[in-house]
Design a protein around this ligand. Structure first.
Ligand SMILES: O=C(O)C1=C[C@@H](OP(=O)(O)O)[C@@H](O)[C@H](O)C1
Ligand SMILES: C=C(OP(=O)(O)O)C(=O)O
Length: 430
């Protein structure tokens, strides 16, 4: 446990910064690079606890991965070169590693066992185990294979047509990755669009993939070919600084080279509907992913409603958006976000409990919360529940608190943003 006491700031947030590479795209670039033939160079790769788990999983299966200051180089030799790991694979705290790797392991013709940290061990895996078992993968584990640790015997998959029962890019991706090993076509139908990085990147790596409206189809007809990846900045990491600039009076902040994929930009739409001034400049596209510079200017905030198709477009940003809503005039309602209860911690409960502890007025509901603004945040002791996004949200709350805010444990921040506090200090000039 690593406690930190944070004092409020007295001046606006100004300047510019660049956030680290996107976590979702970094995971996928390792996976596709390792399954492909040839050398994949990944620049602006996110080096963090979660992405390390995906790197180590492939190293255990024999993939040569070189790491240096600015890039990650994957020497892919195709799926048939991957070896049965001698030791269990450790997924750590990373839901993305777990769900996507289960899709890959279901396709590989050998035995693997896998486990996670105590938090990941409580997160449901049946959402991927069920469709991957229907495809022919063999899984065993507690509660009929719903929880890690899991034993996996892969190989001989058949394609399926699968309608997603949950709004989850991880489930969609696991089934599509399984589809790379399956006979026939694998189709995933998703009612509510979720992040589409797997589809974009499979295309860039030469897979046989089509996406039409709600249906995505993949087959094993074409093997993957290495493709270099320049990872855009992570909008989910940028979100903390966007909200900081939106709530600290007089702030103006520019975030450079942030990923602007429509399936991820819900935070910008919501903050601007709440009144924040947002401008985008220097738009460009790399590897099928749009990016650009985002400038945020603080303006008075009003409450809003966040629901429906918007939810997957900002799912990881809800704790910090809830913080913004505590500073908005009137009520903010968040609905259809039941998936938040299944993250690193129950983020509905954790967000309401911790913000209420320091003076907010939030009523948790089954699938979201109702936030009444405007609240004065007092400071005091807070708990992160080993959740990186809770820890960073509370650090941003400390900027506007009346007194010192103590965070019980900042170590989880290394899961997605090891340099968070250096970056925060730079823009708060402290
Ligand atoms: O596919 C991904 O990279 C992710 C998908 C989302 O999870 P779900 O698929 O569980 O919604 C998100 O919360 C997670 O941080 C990353
Ligand atoms: C939910 C998250 O990640 P994961 O599911 O990969 O643990 C997150 O980063 O907020």
């Amino acid at each position: 446990m690593s406690e930190m006491a944070l004092t409020p700031i007295s001046s606006p947030i100004t300047g510019e910064m660049q956030v680290p590479g996107d976590k979702s795209i970094s995971h996928r670039s390792i996976i596709l690079g390792a399954l492909a033939n040839g050398t994949t160079t990944i620049t602006q790769f996110l080096t963090s606890e979660d992405t390390r788990r995906t790197i180590e999983a492939f190293r255990q299966m024999g993939t040569l991965i070189e790491e240096n200051e600015t890039s990650l180089i994957i020497h892919g030799k195709g799926t048939s070169s991957l070896l049965e790991p001698e030791e269990p694979i450790y997924f750590g705290n990373s839901g993305t590693t777990a769900r996507l790797m289960l899709g890959v392991l279901a396709g590989l013709p050998f035995f693997t066992s896998a486990y996670g940290d105590p938090h990941l061990t409580r997160r449901p895996m049946d959402r991927v185990v069920k469709p991957l078992s229907t495809m022919g993968g063999h899984f065993d584990g507690r509660n009929n294979g719903n929880y890690l640790p899991l034993a996996i015997r892969g190989g001989n998959l058949q394609g399926i047509h699968y309608r997603l029962p949950v709004k989850s890019a991880q489930v969609k991706s696991a089934v599509l990755l399984g589809g790379l090993f399956a006979t026939g076509t694998t189709e995933v139908i998703e009612e509510t669009p979720s992040r589409n990085h797997t589809e974009n990147m499979l295309r860039a790596f030469g897979a046989d993939i089509t996406a039409n409206g709600h249906s995505i189809q993949v087959s094993s007809d074409k093997s993957l070919t290495a493709a270099d990846v320049a990872v855009p900045g992570d909008i989910s990491s940028a979100a903390f600084f966007m909200v900081a600039a939106a709530i600290v009076p007089g702030s103006e902040l520019t975030l450079r080279r942030v990923g602007l994929n429509h399936s991820r930009t819900g935070i910008m739409d919501v903050l601007s509907s709440m009144g924040t001034e947002i401008h985008i400049t220097n738009k460009q596209t790399t590897g099928g992913e749009p990016l650009g510079d985002i400038t945020i200017r603080q303006r008075p905030l009003n409450g809003t409603v966040i629901e429906g198709d918007m939810i997957p477009r900002l799912i990881d940003e809800i704790p910090v958006l809830a913080l913004a809503a505590t500073q908005a005039d009137g009520e903010t309602k968040i609905r259809d976000a039941e998936e938040l209860r299944l993250k690193e911690t129950d983020r509905i409960k954790a967000t309401a409990d911790e913000l209420n502890r320091i003076g907010a007025s939030i009523r948790p509901t089954d699938d979201g919360m109702v936030i009444n603004g405007t609240s004065v945040l007092t400071g005091g002791r807070t708990i992160t529940y080993n959740d990186h996004r809770m820890a960073m949200m509370l650090a941003i709350a400390s900027l506007i608190a009346e007194e010192t805010l103590v965070i019980d444990d900042i170590s989880p921040i290394a899961i997605s943003y090891p340099d968070f506090f250096q970056h925060l200090r730079r823009i708060t000039h402290s």
